[in-house]
Design a protein around this ligand. Sequence first.
Ligand SMILES: NC(=O)c1ccc[n+]([C@@H]2O[C@H](COP(=O)([O-])OP(=O)(O)OC[C@H]3O[C@@H](n4cnc5c(N)ncnc54)[C@H](OP(=O)(O)O)[C@@H]3O)[C@@H](O)[C@H]2O)c1
Length: 363
Amino acid sequence: MTHNPPSASDLGPVWIMGAGSVGCYLGGWLAAAGADVSFIGRPRVLETLRRDGLTVSDMKNHQHAIPANALKLFEALPSLELAAASSTPQTPQTPPVQPPALVLLTVKGSGTVQAAKELVAAGLPAGTLVVSFQNGVGNAELAQACAPSLKVLAGMIPYNVADLGHGVFHRGTTGSLMVQDDAQFAPWQAVFNSTQLQLKLVPDLKPVQWGKLLINLNNPVNALSGLTLLQEFSDWYFRRCLAALIEEAMQVLRQAQVPYAQVLAVPPEKFIRVLRLPNFLFKWVGKKMLQIDPKASSSMADDFALGRTTEIESLCGEVVRLAQNNGLQAPRNAAMVRLVQAHTAQGAGPGKWSGKALLKALN
Ligand SMILES: NC(=O)c1ccc[n+]([C@@H]2O[C@H](COP(=O)([O-])OP(=O)(O)OC[C@H]3O[C@@H](n4cnc5c(N)ncnc54)[C@H](OP(=O)(O)O)[C@@H]3O)[C@@H](O)[C@H]2O)c1
């Protein structure tokens, strides 16, 4: 006898906690797979979705559009049908909804504590599954500590998602989602894989998170450059900035005996050799290795543009802390933390560094 995998509607509702670039992209494709998705976010994003609907797209020209009137949008956590004693007051604007079977936590690292506490305060049933699709290496643990009644799993999103305006969220690079292998989450894998969200389950996500962090060391380089990823990677100096940060972080990880996994098509050691190639060679070798959409930039560039807190402490700051905790040093990553903090303190806005000046400042 053959068993069909459970469908999205069999598994239950999905909540996107933090409807921004990643949340809208994942939620949009899960809705395309038939899931009942609710988006919880801020007025800045939700007003656009209410006006323009949600469109998710990728560099292979896959696209799915959801009209505004078909979206479930919430500026505060909705009241739960089963939680009569919920601390969230019921108002005519937020009629009660079914509790979620799956919550995707997609706020920036600076919002993890508040978001996790809000989920608990909303009265989610004990054991509700939450997957953190956030960068850095500690957000899932932090959310779990703030929401002990829920079950938080770590996830990893390898690609870039850009908010192109008018409710369009566009994936600009390649890769598969990864989630810590877990029996409660396992049935969801087929739902993700039934749409444009290829997803792998891995027994230990920590090395993957460190491997992803190495690649994310490009976020501050990209943000300070003020360029798209493609323009930034076309500049030999910016590529050498990134190579210097990754090389230093790998040395710290090795000396601290912390394993890191390969997240790109090539190991990070080879990646930094390619980054250091002169432009005429990188054009050919890099093109095969990195498929970057011309529209893509980093999420830290978005933070600069909107004057928001950045995730620098969860990226270069994490390398510096690991170094300090092991009696080591990470001067280039420490310099990058200072440069990003200085830019934010000056009121942010798009970065204006040249690659040459940035490389000098890091060295
Ligand atoms: N964008 C990418 O390409 C990408 C790729 C891979 C991984 N990531 C990682 O994915 C995570 C999310 O990134 P993102 O770029 O999607 O961030 P984002 O666009 O800022 O989206 C998060 C959204 O959640 C909102 N939010 C924060 N706290 C909330 C709360 N308690 N309730 C409801 N909404 C809340 C934020 O509002 P405010 O702005 O008002 O805080 C923001 O609109 C980060 O860890 C990032 O590093 C991003």
